[in-house]
Design a protein around this ligand. Structure first.
Ligand SMILES: Cc1cc2nc3c(=O)[nH]c(=O)nc-3n(C[C@H](O)[C@H](O)[C@H](O)COP(=O)(O)O)c2cc1C
Length: 188
C-alpha cells in the first residue's frame, strides 16, 4: 500500500499564527504514521483577493500551486482560525480560488478527506467557525471527517518554540491526524 499524500495548512496569514503551530504539530503526527506530508504556508502563496477579472488574465502562481497540491493530495489537515464566529477571509479566499475548475479538470477539493482543527485564545477554541468550514468544503465535494478538534486558550498550551506543552492536547492532535491518515489509506 502506498503512503497517503497529506497536505497541511492553516487559514491564517499571521507570522506567529497559533493555527499554523497547531497544524505543524498535526503534520508531525501524520508523518510519524508513515504518511507523506507537506506543510503549506498560506502567506507564502501570496494569493490575491478573488476577482473574475484577475482570473480571466490567468491563474495566479500561488493559486495554481495550491490547486496542484490539492489535486495530488489524498487528505488535508486544515486549521481554521475563527474570526467573528466564522472562517477567515484569507482561507475563504483561498478556497474560492481553488474551487474554480478549468474545463475538463477535476475540482481540486473533490473526494479529499479533510480533518478540521481550530485554535483560539478564547474559550471555545474556534469551534463555531468550524461549522462554516465544514459546510463550505462539503459543498465542493470534500469528505470532512466527523471528528474535529478546537483548542481553547491555545496560548497556554504552546511553548516558546511553538511546541505543544500540554500532553492531553498533543494526544488529541495526534489522534485526529492519525484518523485522517487511517481513513485516507482505506480509500486509496
Ligand atoms: C477580526 C477578528 C475576529 C476574531 N473573532 C474571534 C472569534 O469569533 N472567536 C475567537 O475565538 N477568536 C476570535 N478572534 C481572535 C483569534 O482567535 C486570534 O486572533 C487568533 O490568534 C487567530 O488565529 P491565528 O493565531 O492562527 O492567526 C478574532 C480575531 C480577529 C482579528
Amino acid at each position: 500500500m502506498t503512503a497517503p499524500k497529506i497536505i497541511a495548512l492553516a487559514g491564517s496569514l499571521r507570522k506567529n499564527s497559533f493555527n499554523q503551530q497547531l497544524i505543524n504539530e498535526a503534520a508531525r503526527a501524520a508523518l510519524n504514521t508513515g504518511a507523506e506530508v507537506e506543510v503549506i504556508t498560506l502567506s507564502e502563496l501570496d494569493i490575491p483577493l478573488f476577482n473574475e477579472d484577475i482570473e480571466a488574465q490567468g491563474t495566479p502562481t500561488g493559486v495554481q500551486l495550491l490547486k496542484d497540491k490539492l489535486r495530488t493530495a489524498d487528505g488535508i489537515l486544515l486549521a481554521s482560525p475563527e474570526y467573528n464566529g466564522s472562517i477567515t477571509a484569507a482561507l475563504k479566499n483561498a478556497i474560492d480560488w481553488a474551487s474554480r475548475t478549468e474545463q475538463g479538470a477535476v475540482p481540486a477539493f473533490r473526494n479529499k478527506v479533510v480533518a478540521l482543527f481550530a485554535a483560539s485564545p478564547g474559550g471555545l477554541g474556534g469551534l463555531r467557525g468550524l461549522n462554516h468550514v465544514r459546510d463550505i468544503l462539503s459543498g465542493i465535494g470534500a469528505l470532512v471527517l466527523a471528528d474535529q478538534l478546537a483548542v481553547p486558550a491555545v496560548h497556554t498550551v504552546l511553548g516558546d518554540n511553538g511546541e505543544i506543552n500540554n500532553p492531553d492536547t498533543a494526544e488529541q492532535i495526534a489522534a485526529l491526524a492519525q484518523q485522517l491518515v487511517s481513513v485516507t489509506s482505506k480509500l486509496n
